[in-house]
Design a protein around this ligand. Structure first.
Ligand code: PLP
Length: 403
């Protein structure tokens, strides 16, 4: 873990390519990959100072690695935060955050449409250790405000959500959190810093699953938390040292290189997603399309203001059907007729992916929980990649046209 230097004079696109470039004595132009678990110390006294935290220097792979540090510094520069800490997965970033910030008797407020494993982790696992949680509407700021208690330490939001792309008002939630003496964490997985920098709206911690768009080509799992120097080095890092949800250097290197193309990928994938969303809206078999860049989206204006005028690469749509059974059958038909688009519940790949949330990502929820989350049997989610839009349309048309 190393700290970022201020890069006030450079644009995010430039930072994505050049930030945190530390060359070895060989002068390599592409970032080196340091695969090592240990570090040879120059002498015993230096080793003692490094282990004692009195001197900077690598001691052991769980505590730091030059490749991992580069990835952390580059991501922090792009998010506009002072520092970042990388983790093995997105979920382990959330685990680290909760372990570091919460103790028995503390209270967390989250949206009830957050990532399923996040809800399970906070409500069930941390519930076991005496952490209280309240789940509220993604979009109703009054519900967030009303849920705050004297022991509330953390508000945790994700915007836009999966699969409905509901958008929350980051600035409004930051104000509620800070008034209560709590922190606001934002899961920025769907937009990435290329489209949305939550710190500009007052968020204290940014959560990432590097598995998604930061890698961007579906190769590795990774995660990260971005925040102030104090939060990262004094609150998060000590827990990481004991708990060890460390990111592997190889995975850090893949993400580090992925960050270089993040901006153009998010732009190109957002453009394709918008074209598909508009096309889907015009299809007679489709009841509704959920995508932030459509004027029909419930929080369209807020989304455009928070997300650099872009919708991101994830959209979902609902098929017309007489009842839930027929809706599910129709959704399966569309999935099973896609050839170019992969049937895969992941997202954040340059390959377009299609999924049926009600039977996969939201399959562990009860029917009542699914209804609260707005995930119906006729809903199909698309994570749009980099293929030509005409090919994606033709792929979807094959299923839609034979319903
Ligand atoms: C995938 C995802 C996560 C979890 O990340 P992993 O890398 O799979 O552990 C967290 N939040 C959101 C919004 C996600 O899409």
């Amino acid at each position: 873990m190393m700290m970022t230097e201020p890069h006030d004079d450079l644009h995010p696109d430039t930072l994505a390519v050049h930030a945190a470039m530390e060359r070895s004595q060989y002068g390599e132009n592409s970032e080196a990959l340091f695969l090592t678990s240990g570090y040879v110390q120059p002498d015993a006294a230096t080793a003692a100072r490094r282990f004692g935290g009195e001197e900077e220097g690598y001691t052991y792979g769980r505590l730091g690695n030059p490749t991992v540090s580069s990835m952390e510094m580059r991501l922090a520069a792009m998010e506009g935060t002072e520092a970042a800490i990388a983790t093995s997965t997105g979920m382990s970033a959330i685990l680290l955050m909760c372990m570091a910030l919460l103790k028995a008797g503390d209270h967390v407020v989250c949206s009830h449409s957050m990532f399923g494993s996040t809800i399970k982790l906070i409500a069930s696992e941390f519930g076991k250790f005496g952490v209280q949680s309240t789940f509220v509407s993604q979009t109703d700021v009054a519900q967030w405000k009303a849920a705050v208690r004297p022991n509330t330490r953390l508000l945790f939001a994700e915007t836009p959500t999966n699969p409905l792309t509901d958008v929350c008002d980051i600035r409004a939630l930051a104000d509620i959190a800070h008034e209560a003496g709590a922190l606001l964490a934002v899961d920025n997985c769907f937009c990435t810093p290329a489209l949305q920098r939550p710190v500009l709206f007052g968020a204290d911690l940014i959560v990432h699953s590097g598995t998604k768009y930061l890698d961007g080509q579906g190769r590795v799992m990774a995660g990260a938390l971005c925040g102030s120097r104090r939060l990262v080095s004094e609150v998060l890092l000590p827990v990481m040292r004991s708990a060890g949800m460390t990111l592997a250097p190889f995975n850090a290197w893949v993400v580090l290189k992925g960050l270089e193309t993040l901006g153009i990928r998010m732009e190109a994938q957002s453009a394709r997603a918008l074209a598909l969303a508009q096309w889907l809206q015009a299809q007679p078999q489709v009841a509704r399309v959920f995508y932030p860049a459509l004027a029909s989206h419930a929080q369209h204006e807020l989304a455009m203001a928070q997300q650099s005028g872009k919708g991101g690469a994830v959209l979902s749509f609902e098929l017309k059907a007489a009842d839930p059974d027929e809706a599910r059958k129709r959704a399966f038909h569309v999935l099973d007729n896609s050839r170019t688009i992969s049937l895969c519940t992941n997202l954040g790949d340059v390959k377009s992916l299609i999924s049926h949330p009600a039977s996969t990502s939201h399959g562990r929820l009860t029917e009542a929980q699914r209804q609260v989350a707005g995930v119906s049997q006729g809903m199909v989610r698309l994570a749009v990649g980099l293929e030509h839009v005409a090919d994606l349309q033709a792929d979807l048309a094959r299923g839609l046209g034979t319903l």
